[in-house]
Design a protein around this ligand. Structure first.
Ligand code: SAH
Length: 464
């Protein structure tokens, strides 16, 4: 180990920053975050630096006397002679010194910080590769959610109470492990601190209470795994059981915990592997067995996802749950197809509707849909394509209105078929788009010609 990693309390202590540019300002900001009193010395300061509250700016060249009273010094000038002076003089006085981008002149290095105060994670390559340290920090950013600050503070608040009640240290450790791996921590992260506290106090009261199951209703987005949220990913790696349907793309299912039980509940059009009521009952049963259940759904669970029905049943049975939004198909698919859903010149409103056929018809308010300057996104509409195009024309939209069908949007199988209300049904008959497909109607579709950017590897996008 070339350096000893320590966290230093510099609250209210004087730190010297030599330099008046952007880098010096960044370093000063970090020191300010840690509560330091800062003196900055430079022949001139950038306006942004001079404007930092809590910094005393001294417009002078560096002299050794500026070090008086400082507990720490950072040199960030572009003058190597000055940097060397600062380093030499600070060492002579045994003041820890850091010279930016010059490890040889440093007695300490500044790590890359992941700040979830009071939890702090610091990364350092000892000055060898700050970029690498920053990249590693970026990776951990996704694994340590923002809420960990709150979670750490929650633990601090209840630490004394737990210590009083669970006096045996190994048992106390196990108690905290259970808290941090289970529903209590999850409640804090989801923002329900009062509920978490009540649960923790309940567990203290009842000793080793039965583990309580819970359900995470998680939106997996439209297909590309990069579009998962941090929270979705974290819960995917935590759940004991994964209940998913065919809208969730394979690479996403593969990202769930290796040893989790995976239950496929189907849901293809007209081929419901498991009826909705049975899915609802399954979630209840698994949670009652004490399992952490991940109900993984395509897109967003609350948009044409029957997520509301599933959690209604959970609520009726008093089972803990949380809902994690996902990127809904309309949003993800249109982005990857280069079709902005609104645009000042083409559409000021956008509606999401289901084009699902019931007894061969679509019961929609066609007058409200067939409005000028409005984008309509049809979910589950492919089988009713002929009907919906005809109805929109019948209710006043010009038959030249642009329409797109996007197949398996955001994935490597994405294909986009464009035409008009008059021509697209014919194009679809020839091209036979593969489910899932989304239909977008409106002037904005024409923008795709200019804005298309995503090129899936598997199939070249056909020009229609
Ligand atoms: N809850 C989901 C929608 C479920 S309904 C969401 O928020 O996206 C299923 C319909 O969503 C499909 O019939 C299709 O119209 C649309 N859909 C979902 N993923 C899609 C994708 N990757 N590409 C195109 N359409 C998609």
């Amino acid at each position: 180990m070339d350096f000893l990693p320590i966290f230093v309390n510099i609250k209210g202590r004087l730190c010297l920053v030599v330099g008046g540019g952007e880098v010096a300002q960044r370093k000063a900001s970090v020191l300010l975050d840690a509560g330091a009193a800062i003196k900055a010395v430079a022949p001139e300061f950038s306006a942004a630096f001079a404007g930092l509250p809590g910094v005393e700016c001294i417009v002078e060249r560096f002299q050794p006397g500026h070090l008086d009273g400082a507990v720490l010094v950072i040199a960030a000038t572009d003058d190597s002679a000055v940097n060397q002076d600062v380093s030499r003089e600070a060492r002579a006085r045994n003041i820890p010194v850091n010279v930016v981008d010059n490890p040889d002149l440093c007695t300490f290095v500044m790590p890359s910080i992941l700040d979830r105060s009071p939890l702090l994670v610091a990364f350092s390559s000892g000055g060898a590769s700050p970029v690498l340290a920053r990249m590693l920090r970026g990776k951990l950013e996704t694994m340590i959610p923002q809420g960990y600050g709150r979670l750490t503070a929650f633990c601090a608040r209840l630490r004394g109470t737990v210590k009083e009640r669970v006096t045996n240290p190994p048992m106390r450790r196990v108690f905290w492990e259970n808290v941090l791996e289970g529903a209590i921590a999850e409640k804090v992260l989801a923002g329900d601190e009062a509920g978490a506290e009540a649960m923790l106090l309940g567990q203290l009261e009842n000793g080793n209470a039965e583990p309580r199951g819970e359900v995470y209703l998680v939106g997996a987005g439209p297909g590309d795994p990069d579009l998962l949220t941090f929270r979705a990913l974290r819960l995917m790696q935590k759940a004991d059981v994964v209940v998913y349907d065919n809208l969730v793309s394979k690479p996403i299912v593969e990202m769930t915990r290796r040893d989790a039980t995976r239950i496929f509940v189907g849901k293809k059009r007209a081929d419901h592997t498991m009826p909705q009521e049975e899915i609802n009952a399954l979630l209840v049963r698994l949670a009652q067995e004490g399992k952490r259940v991940l109900r993984l759904k395509g897109g967003d669970p609350f948009i044409f996802g029957r997520g509301g029905e599933e959690i209604e049943t959970l609520a009726e049975h008093g089972i803990a749950f949380q809902v994690v939004p996902g990127i809904t198909a309309a949003s993800g698919v249109s982005s990857y197809a280069g079709i902005p859903l609104t645009h000042r010149d083409y559409a000021q409103s956008c509606v999401f509707v289901t084009g699902h056929l019931k007894d061969g018809t679509m019961n929609l308010d066609w007058d409200a849909l067939a409005r000028p300057r409005q984008t309509i996104v049809f979910y589950m509409g492919l089988h009713g394509l002929d009907t919906l195009c005809a109805k929109l024309v019948e209710h006043g939209l010009p038959d030249s209105t642009p329409v797109a069908i996007v197949q398996q949007g955001t994935t490597q199988n994405q294909r986009v078929f464009t035409g008009t209300l008059a021509t697209l049904p014919g194009i679809a008959q020839i091209e036979k788009p593969q489910a899932p497909t989304l239909i977008i109607v409106g002037g904005v579709v024409a923008l795709r010609e200019k804005l298309s950017w995503f090129e899936p590897k598997a199939s070249g996008t056909p020009a229609c």
